[in-house]
Design a protein around this ligand. Structure first.
Ligand code: XIL
Length: 341
């Protein structure tokens, strides 16, 4: 009886004629989103996630702190749950992230290790995590956010506080080499924000990528996070994609969200939602121009669980679905951009 009721409910639920994952798939790109293991038990969350997306990236579960809570302790459970959900729904999984300055465990940041010890820890972390997910994760953000806006390298645990003992982009190269050793088939990315247009930061990333390509360092792609606003100037976005594509790199838009001003209830104006939709559509259409651009991934899909209101006060409504899982103009714009020209 219960089964029949459920079946009836499933059959009667309005299902969109076309989904992002089908439309994107037909154009040879992936429709991605980050997801959090804790929300999978929310029926609407898992339904929309599985229905619309064919690429999933754990929002926090694979970061150093959550996944290696002690020097000899790995906690794969929550990330494994996301990987299993993805497998059941024929989604590919993007690993995020192995080497970063944020969300590291206290044992590591407060451990006062020297460069040699830190180097051994980075190696062990990469080998263990990438090894665990070999064959289950198609690619990794091996290093995240290593550059400053002016194109210099960010001062971090891994570079110079105290660093793993390598100069300049040496630690990034080393991380890539260790990741490749752990899973030779994985697609290896460098990922950052504010690198979607031509500026000092993207120039520096491009220069690093050129150097790595010339010397055979296993870098396959660049991730463009794109946590942006309605005021973000995207006039050089297209040209920037072209110069990374020309280098033979894969490009993925990895964390797209377009935050807008919201009131105390989290509501945006209709006018802003239309402007936001136009930007979503433009970004997707530009990505589709380049075979190198292989995924358009948003940082979550429902405004209900977006990181934006917590991190950028007074803003929100940044994603394609509203807090009730209803598609917004941004969703429709993505559908239109993905639909065959
Ligand atoms: C954010 C998560 O969304 C939050 O839940 C967490 O509290 C902080 O990190 N760049 C990244 C992501 O690469 O990992 C960040 O995710 C957002 C910025």
């Amino acid at each position: 009886m219960l089964f029949r009721l459920v079946l009836f409910a499933v059959l009667m639920a309005p299902v969109p004629a076309q989904t992002l994952r089908d439309l994107a798939g037909a154009r040879g790109v992936h429709a991605g989103t980050c997801a959090a293991a804790g929300f999978l038990r929310e029926p609407e969350y898992s339904t929309v996630l599985a229905r619309e997306y064919n690429q999933l990236e754990p929002e926090n579960e694979m970061k150093f702190g959550p996944i290696q809570p002690g020097p000899d302790t790995f906690a794969f459970g929550p990330a494994d749950a996301l990987v299993e959900f993805a497998r059941l729904h024929a989604m590919r999984v993007r690993g995020h992230t192995l080497v970063w300055h944020n969300q590291n465990p206290v044992w590591l940041t407060k451990g006062s290790y020297g460069p040699a010890e830190l180097s051994a820890m980075m190696k062990k972390h990469i080998a263990t995590v990438v090894g665990h997910y070999a064959g289950k994760v198609f690619g990794w953000d091996v290093v995240n956010e290593a550059f400053n806006e002016d194109g210099t390298l960010r001062s971090t645990l891994w570079l110079d506080k105290p660093g793993i003992g390598l100069k300049g982009t040496g630690y990034i190269e080393q991380a890539l080499r260790w990741a490749h050793a752990a899973d030779a088939k994985a697609t290896l990315f460098y990922n950052d924000y504010n690198n979607e247009t031509i500026n000092a930061k993207s120039d520096a990333i491009l220069a690093m990528a050129k150097d790595f390509k010339q010397r055979g360092v296993p870098l396959d792609g660049v991730g463009l996070q794109m946590h942006i606003t309605l005021n973000t100037d995207l006039s050089t976005f297209d040209e920037n994609l072209k110069r990374f594509a020309d280098l033979g790199l894969i490009i993925e838009i990895t964390e797209l969200d377009i935050r807008v001003p919201v009131d105390a209830n989290g509501a945006a104006t209709q006018a802003d939602l239309e402007l936001q939709a136009a930007m979503y559509g433009k970004i997707a259409a530009t990505c589709l121009k380049y075979p190198a651009c292989q995924a358009i991934q948003t940082w979550g899909f429902t405004d209900k669980h977006s990181w934006v209101p917590r991190f950028f006060k007074g803003t929100g409504a940044a994603l394609p679905f509203d807090a009730s899982y209803e598609p917004k103009p941004a969703y429709t714009a993505l559908v239109k951009a993905f639909a065959k020209p």
